[in-house]
Design a protein around this ligand. Sequence first.
Ligand code: UDP
Length: 445
Amino acid sequence: MGIPHFLLIPYPSVGHVNPLMQLSHVLARHGCKITFLNTEFNHKRANTGGDDELDNPKEPQIKFVTLPDGLGPEDDRNDPKKVIFSLKTHMPDMLPKLIQDINALHVNNKITCIVVTINMGWALEVGHKLGIKGALLWPASATSLATCDCIPKLIHDGILDSDGNPVEKKEIQLYPNMPMMDTANFPWCGLDKTVIHHIAQEMQTVKLGEWWLCNTAYNLEPAAFSISPRFLPIGPLMATDSNKSSLCQGDTTCLDWLDHQPPQSVIYVAFGSAGVIDEKQFKELGLGLDLLNKPFLWVVNPCNNNRENTSHSDEFHGSKGRIVNWAPQKKILNHPAIACFVSHCGWNSSIEGVCGGVPFLCWPLVKDQFVNKSYICDVWKVGLRLDKDENGLVSKGEIKKKVEQLLADEGIKARSLKLKELTLNNVVEGGHSSKNLKSFISWAE
Ligand code: UDP
């Protein structure tokens, strides 16, 4: 059997491109050949130079190719409905020719498997017609994958109406041993009703993928892996961020600043690539950090915040902290100066915090972040949650109280370190995820 050649096709957003890029590095380390398909728009975003600049001489097995996303320069690429529709309309006709061209260049090492992220199921259909194997990389928890896969059942059982809205707000348990979920916090709730139909349809299409690879580990979500043999935990994906291929460049000077802070002293605050808090809340958070009188590193991503949202209240001093637009998060979470992580509980941030052995202060904002918070606080018991007051605000007093409570909790600190060890054991030689990845690679040959 030859070397497997993977064609990786992410939905063009940070939360999909980055995990698939990490999978590329992991597969390349196992000797696989990778062709990574970016939209032309994202390729330019990640690369200010010539066409092949993203190809890294240290990893010659990874090559980048591009296709246009079908959108004009004035179109809003933050509108998923628009992007999904455009990709689905334009790319399926172009992909077979691209695959033909790649195969013509690699006659002895043709594409053997297509891996997509969600919303790109159409590429599995193209591959299926060409006789190429397929898989999905799910960029969130296996629990949220199970939730999306359950939509028809939830509608059938009368928990959701036909538009995907909860018939009543209540807590349910999807499968035994999973945390309780509030029906109002299903990943699609509050979104346009066409979204649920898209998700339900997409879940059918991605069944063309033999495997649903999850950046998670068996010890983190055991219940999710009893649902279907298709679910394959291969995480935590530990490849370090490649700055060259990342869609956002981190401010690495904050690492030098961290080097000068005492061990376990810095509060790291970040809400991922899309988390938005309103202006009042933003100012209150600043005041809470001031009240704590401890060093902090706060990511204020201008892409997520309205311009007025990034101005601080006059009372905010911030003298103990650093504010950056985008941080090299994985490195930060593994830095000895970090004491805790105030997080929106996006799945990647949750996994990265676990792998850093860092206690969490959970501030979920939308979608699956609420279930991730339940894992962090109630199942793994490595964090505390921030509560809102009667005005719906996480007050500065609450921030101060919970950070202090968290930092004084030796039980949480010990469990965080234990969870880190258990989780990382999955990716050492002979570990559960490591074995899964090897069987996946052999299957893809
Ligand atoms: N991230 C980063 N620097 C930042 C903020 C976030 O590198 O300043 C990365 C983080 O490491 C994670 C991703 O962005 O891999 C965010 O993904 P997550 O699933 O946590 O949240 P989302 O952006 O999907 O809401």
